[in-house]
Design a protein. Sequence first.
Length: 142
Amino acid sequence: MTTITDYNYKTSISIRFSDIDAFGHVNNAVYLTYFEIARSSYWNDVIKWDWEAMGIIIGKAEINYVKPINLNDEIFAYVRTSRVGKSSFDLDYVLVRMKNGIEEICTKGSTVCISYDYQNNKPAAIPDIQKFKMLEFEAIAL
């Protein structure tokens, strides 16, 4: 079982008023946006993905709701690369809220990311530089 201590990257997520549904909590569709914000930060801060050289598309997304997130919650996202293949890799996410100084897990999720060549409209090998950064930062052995 994975815990937040297995993650090396954490970023804050701002809750917008428009994220809240009629029941007063973050609408279930918004969680994928939170994952997108978190992985974009991760890719920019850690992986230094070269968007001019190669794109990324999402092949699969999974969300496991644990506890609702409300408008006034202070939330953070943990992100990590858990698998690296030739042209695809998996990212795992944990959304937590701060409650009395303790991080409380609200959501877990994952995405399958595919390195994508938009010029040729097909998957392509993950660039070596980014692949190495993922493996090194997460201490993943091939």
